[in-house]
Unconditional design. Sequence first.
Length: 132
Amino acid sequence: MVDLVIRHARERAGETLGVITMGIKHMNRIQAALDRELGRHAELGVFFEPDAEERFFVKNLERVQGDERDAIIISVGYGKDRAGNLPLRFGPLLPEGGRRRLNVAITRARGRLTVVSSFRLYRYRSGPRAAG
């Protein structure tokens, strides 16, 4: 995640960016890792300026409503446990209204959306399937 944010700040400094996580603990971990890394990249300080009109953010899903950016990175942040199982506990997505929260997160991106996860996502294909 941190590498993606740093790369964006270097290569797409003219595009605003936000990171959305599924939970508060995950948000805090990403922010802490990013803060540590930014200490080594003083040249990127302007991109992360807290007083910018549309400043960079790392927010959890519940706090992101109304914050649009040119690019959004969604960090799913769920992974396999030590036994190799993927628990199907997806925090704010499972309760009633969870899909609306996910919809809010996805629609925060004006131009580009990147999803980062620790497990394989399958591509969804719409339309008729090829015969055969």
